[in-house]
Every structure is written in C-alpha cells, then in structure tokens.
Design a protein around this ligand. Structure first.
Ligand SMILES: [Zn+2]
Length: 282
C-alpha cells in the first residue's frame, strides 16, 4: 500500500497551495527540444527578462511565497533575476542543468548533471531542499541519488494527486505482477499535467497546439481546488507554471483571478519546503 500523508494547515486554512515557477528560460528549448534558434532563445529571454519580474510583482502584491524550480543553465545565464527570486524570499528547488531527460542517463551521467545544478545554485547562495525532474520522469537511479545528496522532497511524480506520499521503487514485469520495493524516506509532493500551464497554453510550431482559452483553464484549476477544499482533509494543491507561459498578459491576469479565488476559499499559500515541514502520516 502507498504511504500517503497530510499537510498540517494553519488555523482557518483548508488546502495547502503551492505555486511552482519552473524557471526554464532558454534551457527547455535547448535541453528538451533541441531548438536553439534565435526565436526560441527569445522566448526564454522573455521568460527571464519580462515575465519573471511580472510574476515576482504579483506574488509580492498578495504576499505569497512560491517555489522556483531553476535549472543551473538559467542561474548561469540570467543570474540577476535568479538572485532577485531568492532576495524576495521565494524557495528555489533543483531542476536539472539544461533541462535534461534523466531517463536515458547512466548513473554517472545523472550524478554529474545533479552536481552541475547544485554548483550553479550554490553560486546564488542556494542549497536546495527539493528536486523537480525537468521531464517529470526518473531513471531507476534518481531517487537513490536524491537521497544520497540529502534532498528532503521531490515534486515530479503522480502516484497521488492531492496528498503527499512516500514514493517506492517498482520492479516492472510484463508477464507477471510488478513488485513495489520499500518506500523511500523522501517525501513526494505530487504534480499533475492538469495543473501545468505548459501543455495547455504553450504553442510549439508543428507540435503542441496549446492556446487553450484561459477561461477553460481557470475552470479546471478552480474545480480541482474546490475538490481539495470540500472533499479532502490536509490536501496539497501543486500548480506548475512557467514564467514564459503564465507571464503573458492574458495568462497572468487569469492567475491573479485564481489567486483571489483560492484566497477567498481558505488557501494556505506555501512553498514546497513548507509543505514538507508540515507533512505527517496518521
Ligand atoms: Zn522545467
């Protein structure tokens, strides 16, 4: 059985809400899509130079602390804005070096990428407590590596939707039952593609259409929040945004409305680190 837990909420609050900013900037186009032309680099530049400051201003307006998952490449390329994220009291989590897919990497290659990311974050004074895989996927070694380097939580898996849990390794078979191993100590604070702006909004030439109406996305995001609020105790709602996607004029206004809505219904806006600190199992 999965070991899942709850989040201890401050009095009067009904759901822990983390707004995550996966600050990929140019790294996602290089590492995930192999798209390095000036137009793709300009999309990342928009995310770093225009959208990230917009988001920081929005979070300051509502006094919300968020978690920024930042690849080392973004730290090294757009250092000043990453320092500003830290200066404003937001949490920073590890998010690879150049947005690599960890699934095909050898143990040594994956460890090297993990260390490169740690070194970049160290240059802006960050020792991350948590990790988010750039691909929302793992190699068989990822969890062991995260434990080796002292990470307390991960936020990349989908074994639950609205409660944190302890992830387990799974031995995969096609001709008999799969076998789960013992749970890791690390706490998984799960993500969901339904709570990610990128597939729904971001247009990729010749690929993903994106461009969903913001009203549809607001309705889905609010509906998931309502379920967590009304049907569950000690739930966590983990929203994944990307500055270059959510920071556009139409989308940032939708995000502001969502913040207002969730605040009115008792959201506790917390970093992933705070969710980890308040995790308990019954
Ligand atoms: Zn990312």
């Amino acid at each position: 059985m999965q070991k899942s837990g709850k989040v201890k909420l401050p009095p009067g609050k009904r759901v822990a809400v983390n707004i995550g900013c996966d600050f990929d900037a140019q790294s996602i186009w290089i590492g995930s899509f192999n798209l390095t032309s000036p137009a793709y680099m300009s999309r990342g530049e928009f995310g770093a130079e225009v959208a990230a400051p917009r988001l920081l201003k929005l979070f300051e307006k509502y006094n919300i602390k968020t978690t920024w998952c930042i690849p080392g490449h973004t730290v090294d390329t757009f250092t000043d804005i990453c320092k500003e994220v830290v200066a404003q009291g937001h949490e920073v989590a590890h998010h690879g070096y150049v947005h690599e897919n960890p699934t095909p990497l050898s143990y040594e290659q994956e460890e090297k990428v993990l260390l490169m990311g740690l070194e970049s974050l160290d240059r802006i004074g960050v020792k991350p407590r948590g990790y988010r895989s750039p691909y929302w996927d793992f190699s068989p070694n990822t969890l062991s590596l995260l434990e080796k380097y002292g990470f307390q939580y991960d936020s990349s898996l989908m074994g639950n939707d609205l409660h944190p849990y302890r992830p387990r390794p799974v031995e995969v078979h096609a001709d008999k039952a799969n076998v789960f191993g013992p749970a890791y100590n690390i706490v998984e604070i799960p993500v969901s593609w339904y709570l990610d702006d990128f597939p729904q909004m971001e247009y990729l030439t010749g690929g993903q259409e994106g461009m969903r109406p913001t009203r549809d996305i607001f309705d889905r995001w609010a509906s998931i929040f309502d379920y967590a609020c009304d049907q569950l105790d000690g739930a966590c709602y983990v929203l994944t945004t990307h500055p270059q996607t959510i920071g556009r004029a139409h989308t940032i206004q939708m995000l502001e409305k969502l913040i207002q809505y969730m605040e009115s219904r008792g959201a506790w806006f917390a970093t992933l680190g705070e969710i980890y600190d308040n995790y308990y199992e019954e």
